[in-house]
Each structure stands twice: as C-alpha cells, then as structure tokens.
Design a protein around this ligand. Structure first.
Ligand SMILES: *Cc1c(COP(=O)(O)O)cnc(C)c1O
Ligand SMILES: [Zn+2]
Length: 474
C-alpha cells in the first residue's frame, strides 16, 4: 500500500523519518520529539477536501448511537474525533483500515456560548463580543484526554502493544484505564503520592488499571515510566503520555469541533490551560495543517495559561525570550531553566493539579504552536484560578480547577487590551466539574484563602418548619 503517514523528528537539522509501525517515544537519532506527518495529496486528495463531509456527518451524529465496539462507519461518525478521520489518517495503515479504530464515542462535546460570563470578563456582548466554552468534560472519562487516547489506542492496536502505561496527574490515567478496559490491554498508571484528585483516582481503580503510587511528583513519575518504556523491553510497555505523537493527532479534533460550532468560522482566540502542553501543541498542528490543506485562510491566536506555581513555559517564553525560530530554538536556555529548578529544588505547586507540572514534555512543540498561532503565555495564581472556576460553575457547565485557568486568562488578556471587547474567544474547559469536588466544596465553604466572591455555602438549619422557611427566604 502507498505510504501516506510517517513519524518525523521535529528538529529541522535531523528531520529523520520512521514508519508508523514503529513504537518510539523520541527520535532515536537525536532525541527530539516526533510528529505524525502525512502525504496529504495521497491521504485526502484536493478535489475531496472541504468541511462539507464533516458537516454532513455532524448533522446526523446525534441521531444514532451505534452502541458497539466495532468501528463501523456509524460508530466513527458518532465519535467527535473520528468524524474528522480525514485529518488524522494514520489509521489507514492499520491492518484492517478503519475497522481497527478504537472508539468509545469520545469527543461528543459542546461549544457553549456564555454571554453572562463574557460580560463578567469584560467583553461587549451587545457589540458581538463572544466567549464560548468548549466543554470537554462531556467525554466518557470526563476530560479532553479521551480525544488523545482513542488515537493512541488505535496506534497501540496497530503495533499490537502488550501493555500500556502512563504517568498522570489523574486524568490521563482515568482515560487510559477506560480505553484499556474496553480493549483488554493490561494498563499501568503511575501517580504521584498524594497528588491526585479522588474523582480521577477512583476512575483508574474502578476501570481496573494497576495503579502505582510513586513516592514523587508527576515529573518524577513521567521520568520513570519513560525509562521503563525506553530501557526495559522485557516489560514491554507502550507509553501513553503526550510525548506519544499519536495522542496529539486525536487532540487536534477539539479545534475542529470549535470550528464546527462556529459554522466553520475561525475565532479570534483559543485559550487553554498549559500543563504538559500537549493540547497547545496539538492545536498549533491542527491549524497549520488546516491552512496547508486550504480549508482556512486565517489562524486564531493562542493563549496558554500556566498556574503561577507551575510556570515553566511562562519563564521560558516571557522571561528568557525563547522562540521556536524555525525549530532552532535556544535549547541551552531551556536546559538552564530546568537546571535552575533542580538546583533550587523548585517543585510545581498549584491547586490546579492537572497542570501541576514543571517539566512540560511538549515544550518544543508548544513553542512551535505559539509561532503558528501568534500565541501568548500568561500566568494565573491559585486564588484567581479557583475564582474563575467558580464563575464557570455559576454561568457555564462547571469545570475542574485547571480548566478555570483558561477563563482567568481571558480576563487578564481582556484587561491588557490584547483581547478586544468584540472578539470571539473560545476557552477550552479541559475537565469535568466532578473530578475534584474537594476544591469546589472547600471554596464554597470558605475554607480557601482568597476573596471567594461566588462562595455559596450550605446553610445548617434545624428540622423545624419556621426555621427552614426563614433560612430559605433570608
Ligand atoms: C491534562 C490536563 C490539562 C493539561 O493539558 P496539557 O495538554 O498537558 O497541557 C489541563 N486540564 C485538565 C483537566 C487536564 O486533565
Ligand atoms: Zn532527530
């Protein structure tokens, strides 16, 4: 069969290529990250290219639930990832083509217009300013991670992986464990000791993944699981963290669903929390490919929001002035920043546990995304993150703390004047509200420091009619 997909080293001075049948966590030659790249003219001929095909599938996708593990056309159209299968066509190299795709109906998410929230953030809704919430909490495991896992599991099945593993702040393990239980591939998740929200831990346990609570933080867990994937062929694990380039292929479709929700109009801004920077990287790749394919003529700007206690990207970009520079970015400056953190014993610390990461593995690809999307990086402290998480609860669908960072970022960029009051802004809400109820209840009970503007504490009341009515109407 004609080769339409490759893995390729992102370093332009190497650019080595490898088949999609290889299991790699980095370029074997130079150690840089890998991309999945396509021969688009073969994969999706020019004459067939348009949003039309997605539009047709999208208009019917809610109507039927094919309810099965077989990847029939109906099951693929039902998936919010595989409805866009022309844009991640590595599956064409699977032994049985599309029928080997692993899907559990992921990516059926909402783009919710949130005018009350927009006004609160300083947008002028009467003059057309819009804030949309891309609610990834609707995924089967409750976070955007399912978009990536469906693609990575499809690849894992293509290469006949015997075991799958990841390090996780919680949601990656929940998602991996779900897909592993659906496919029957044994799963191993490494979580930092005491670092995981209970909603997420409960999922990994429930889905039956072997869960190792490593005495260390996320960065330590990831280093270990990579070490095992790279140096212990006897264990034979397939790595499911976002260094896996196939995962990012699935995460590109979050951008497609935003475009679809906007009738294929490109918004002015995409705002996303930055942890390991897989999303940011995937979004940049999505838009650069859509432009290359001739499907869009304009690319939105990207805002990546770090937590103040996990701000490596902010330091590298805004502090040290590092840019992608055609792939020849200043590696010494980045390494220097990592050495400084080691020397000073600096560990990531934030209430937004999903982005509590100081060594973001996708940093080079995120630099590239910033170039493609004329992006900016900003920081929000924990109080601000939690306050904006509460705002999303009040005016949107609710989200977990990390997702609140993107909404906090809108307020910040609006105040700076970078986001204009009449812009169209899409915030990615990465995870479901119920993932981390401890933070939510703590906030509403006034147990956290900060202004607690939207705190809504439960009211104790005697079992007495008059007392209850008084409490209702107070
Ligand atoms: C994983 C995760 C993030 C971080 O995403 P990256 O792609 O690693 O930057 C943010 N929010 C939630 C809820 C997550 O699960
Ligand atoms: Zn290389």
């Amino acid at each position: 069969m004609t080769i339409i997909a490759h893995q390729r080293c992102i370093d332009p001075d190497c650019a080595a290529e490898f088949g999609v049948d290889r299991v790699l966590t980095a370029c074997p030659g130079c150690g840089a990250m890998l991309d999945v790249v396509y021969d688009w003219d073969r994969a999706w001929p020019k004459a067939d290219r348009s949003f039309e095909v997605f539009e047709r599938r999208g208009s019917t996708f809610g109507a039927r639930n094919p309810a099965g593990a077989d990847s029939t056309d109906a099951a693929l159209d039902f998936s919010g990832v595989w409805r866009f299968r022309e844009l991640l066509p590595f599956w064409m190299h699977a032994p049985n083509g599309a029928t080997d795709i692993v899907t559990v109906g992921e990516g059926r998410t909402n783009l919710q217009r949130a005018d009350a929230l927009a006004s609160e953030l300083g947008m002028d809704t009467t003059a057309g300013g819009r804030v949309y919430l891309q609610y990834e909490g609707y995924n089967p495991s409750g976070s955007f991670k399912d978009n990536g896992m469906t693609a990575a599991f499809t690849h894992a099945r293509m290469v006949d992986a015997k075991r799958v593993a990841c390090a996780s702040t919680g949601n990656t393990s929940a998602s991996l464990a779900l897909y592993a239980s659906m496919t029957g591939i044994p799963a191993y998740v490494f979580v930092g000791e005491g670092k995981i929200a209970f909603g997420k831990l409960s999922q990994a346990l429930d889905y039956g993944a072997r869960t190792l609570q490593v005495a260390g933080d996320f960065d330590a867990c990831l280093a270990r699981v990579r070490e095992i994937a790279d140096t212990r062929p006897d264990v034979g694990v397939y790595l499911m963290n976002s260094v896996n380039p196939f995962r990012l292929e699935g995460q590109k479709t979050i951008m497609l669903r935003i475009l679809e929700g906007l009738n294929w109009n490109v918004p002015d801004w995409i705002v996303v929390p930055g942890g390991n920077l897989g999303n940011s990287s995937a979004f940049g790749k999505a838009f650069s490919e859509l432009r290359e394919l001739g499907l869009i003529d304009r690319v939105p700007r990207l805002a990546i929001i770090n937590a103040a206690g996990a701000r490596t990207l902010d330091r590298v970009v805004n502090g040290l002035g590092v840019t992608w520079n055609g792939g020849r970015y200043d590696k010494a400056k980045v390494a220097g920043e990592f050495e400084r953190m080691d020397r000073e014993g600096e560990r990531a610390k934030t209430v937004a546990s999903a982005i509590e990461i100081n060594r973001p593995v996708n940093l080079p690809k995120a630099l590239r995304a910033i170039e493609v999307m004329n992006g900016v990086v900003r920081v929000a402290d924990d109080e601000t993150i939690v306050e904006h998480k509460a705002l999303v609860g009040r005016f949107g669908f609710g989200c977990e703390p990390a997702s609140g960072a993107s909404v906090a970022g809108v307020r910040l960029l609006r105040a700076e004047g970078l986001i204009k009051p009449t812009d169209t802004v899409a915030c990615v809400l990465t995870g479901h509200q119920l993932k981390d109820p401890d933070v939510t209840v703590g906030y509403h009970r006034g147990e956290r420091t900060g202004p607690n503007v939207h705190a809504n504490a439960p009211i104790p009341v005697a079992d007495d009619l008059d007392a209850i009515v008084r409490a209702m109407l107070a």
